[in-house]
Design a binder for this molecule. Structure first.
Ligand SMILES: *Cc1c(COP(=O)(O)O)cnc(C)c1O
Length: 448
C-alpha cells in the first residue's frame, strides 16, 4: 500500500508545547523599553498582555503543558493530517518525496487558531473581558473571533482598510463568530484619527492597525491586546505543528532532509521547524528554508536590528530582521506576508545560519499554487503558495539527488479566489525589490 494521508488519533496529540528559546545557540536578545533602551520586564507589558503569556514569552523551560481546556478546542480539527503529495511529485517528474502538513483544516482555514485559542483562554482565565487586535488579510482576525467566543470574550478587530474593502467574506466570517470589525485607520482611536487626517486616501497597513489595537487595549482595563505572529509565545503555540509532524513522519518511516515554510511574521514556519532544531543541533542534516516574498524581503533584504513592531512606535523594541517600522510593502496578494519585521526566534535562527532564507516572486508562487490545486486538489492561500514554490524549487534542484521535503501548508485559499481571478486575467504583476523605499525606512531605525 502506498502512503497518502498520515493521521493521528486525538489521544496522540501532543500535550506540551516545545519552546526553542533555550536551545538557540547564543540565545535570544531581550525586548527593550524604547524609552530607557533597557530590557523590558513583564510589569510594563502587563497593561496589554496577561501574565501567563508574558511568562511564556520569557520562559526558559523547554516544554510547557497545554491546558486541558485548550486541548479540547484544538481537538475540533487537530491533529491535522500530513499528506504525501504524490500527484505533485509525479507532475514535477521528481524523485524527491514531498510531504505537507495541512493546517488548512482549521475552522478558519489556517494555522492561526493554534495560537488564538490559547491566547483567548489565558486572557479569559485572568479576568479579561475583551480583546483588541489587528488583521491584515483577515486570517488572524477570523482566528481570534472564533477563539474569543469559545471562551466568552468580546473581540474588536482593526482590519487594514484595503483588505476590509477587498475581502468581504473574511468580514462575514468574523461577524459569524461574533466579533466587531472596523476598517483601519478608523475614527475609534487617536492614532487612527491622526493618520486619516494626514493621509485621507491611505489603504492602511498592518503597522497602523497594530498601533490602533494597542491603543484600544492600553486605554481600557477590561481589554487586552493579542498578536497573531512574531512573538515568542505565538511561536511556542505553533510548535504543535512540528511536534505532530515528527510523529507522523515516524509513522511514514521517513525523515525530512529539507523543511520549508512561508514567512510573514515567521510563526507557521517556526511552528513546523522548531521541534526539529534539537535533532539538527545533535548533528542531523536538515536544511530549514524560510520563503518570503521578494516585495517584502525582511530576511534577505533587511537588517538584524532593534526595531518597533508598529508605525506609532508603541511596541517594545524587538531584535529582528526588519525593513524599518514605517516600510509599506507593495500591494501583493499574500497579505499575511506583508509585515516589515520577522519573529526574533526566526531572526536568531537566520543569524545562527540554521535557517536559509529565500525570496520568491508573486507570479511564480501563483503558478505553483495552481499546479498544487490541480494535482493535490486543495487550493492554497496566496501565502501558502510561497511555501509550495519553495518546496518545488527544492524538489527539482538536483534531479540526481532526490530529497525528502516537508513543507507547511499554512492555509487554504477558498476565501482568496479574487486573487486567483486576477492571476488568471493577467492583472497580477511581480514587484521589483523596492530598494529605495527600504533604504528610506531603514534610515529611521531607532538608535541603540
Ligand atoms: C498569516 C498567515 C501566514 C503568515 O504568517 P506567519 O506568522 O509567518 O505564519 C501564512 N499563511 C497563512 C495562510 C496565513 O494566514
Amino acid at each position: 500500500m502506498t502512503t497518502k494521508k498520515i493521521v493521528l488519533r486525538d489521544d496522540e496529540m501532543p500535550t506540551q508545547w516545545y519552546n526553542v528559546g533555550p536551545d538557540i545557540p547564543n540565545g535570544l536578545l531581550p525586548p527593550l523599553d524604547p524609552e530607557t533602551k533597557q530590557p523590558m520586564g513583564p510589569e510594563k507589558l502587563g497593561a496589554i498582555f496577561p501574565m501567563s503569556l508574558l511568562e511564556q514569552e520569557m520562559s526558559q523551560e523547554r516544554f510547557i503543558d497545554i491546558p486541558e481546556e485548550v486541548l479540547d478546542v484544538l481537538k475540533i480539527w487537530r491533529p491535522s493530517p500530513m499528506v504525501r503529495a504524490r500527484a505533485l511529485e509525479k507532475a514535477l517528474g521528481t524523485k524527491s518525496k514531498i510531504y505537507f502538513k495541512n493546517e488548512g483544516v482549521s475552522p478558519v482555514g489556517s494555522h492561526k487558531p493554534n495560537s488564538a485559542v490559547p491566547q483567548a483562554y489565558y486572557n479569559a482565565k485572568e479576568g479579561i473581558k475583551r480583546l483588541a487586535t489587528e488583521t491584515g488579510a483577515g486570517q488572524w482576525g477570523s482566528a481570534l473571533s472564533f477563539a474569543t467566543q469559545k471562551f466568552g470574550l468580546d473581540c474588536k478587530v482593526y482590519m487594514v482598510k484595503i483588505s476590509f474593502d477587498q475581502k468581504p467574506y473574511r468580514k462575514s466570517m468574523m461577524h459569524t463568530f461574533g466579533a466587531s470589525i472596523v476598517a483601519s485607520p478608523s475614527v475609534d482611536t487617536n492614532i487612527g484619527r491622526q493618520i486619516r487626517e494626514q493621509y485621507p486616501d491611505t489603504a492602511g497597513s498592518l503597522g497602523i492597525a497594530i498601533s490602533e489595537a494597542i491603543e484600544d487595549a492600553a486605554s481600557r482595563d477590561d481589554t487586552n491586546y493579542a498578536l497573531g505572529s512574531v512573538l515568542n509565545h505565538v511561536v511556542l503555540h505553533q510548535s504543535i505543528i512540528g511536534l505532530e509532524a515528527k510523529k507522523q513522519m515516524a509513522i511514514a518511516g521517513d525523515y525530512p532532509d529539507v523543511i520549508v515554510g512561508c514567512c510573514g511574521g515567521g510563526s507557521n514556519f517556526a511552528g513546523l521547524a522548531c521541534p526539529y532544531v534539537p535533532d539538527y543541533l545533535e548533528g542531523k542534516k536538515i536544511r530549514f528554508v524560510g520563503v518570503e516574498p521578494a516585495s517584502c524581503p525582511s530576511l534577505t533584504g533587511g537588517t538584524l536590528a532593534y526595531d518597533f513592531g508598529d508605525v506609532a512606535q508603541t511596541t517594545p523594541l524587538l531584535n529582528m530582521y526588519t525593513l524599518g517600522h514605517d516600510f509599506i510593502p507593495p500591494g501583493i496578494h499574500a497579505g499575511g506576508l506583508r509585515y516589515h519585521g520577522m519573529s526574533p526566534i526566526v531572526s536568531a535562527m537566520v543569524r545562527e545560519k540554521i535557517v536559509d532564507p529565500v525570496k520568491v516572486h508573486q507570479l511564480e508562487c501563483f503558478e505553483a499554487g495552481v499546479l498544487f490545486a490541480r494535482t493535490e486538489g486543495i487550493i492554497p492561500a496566496p501565502e501558502t503558495c510561497h511555501a509550495i514554490r519553495g518546496a518545488i524549487i527544492e524538489a527539482t534542484r538536483e534531479p540526481e539527488k532526490p530529497q525528502t521535503i516537508l513543507f507547511n501548508f499554512s492555509g487554504h485559499g477558498l476565501i482568496d479566489m479574487a486573487s486567483y481571478d486576477k492571476y488568471f486575467s493577467g492583472d497580477l504583476h511581480d514587484y521589483e525589490y523596492p530598494q529605495e523605499a527600504i533604504a528610506a525606512s531603514m534610515a529611521k531605525l531607532p538608535k541603540i
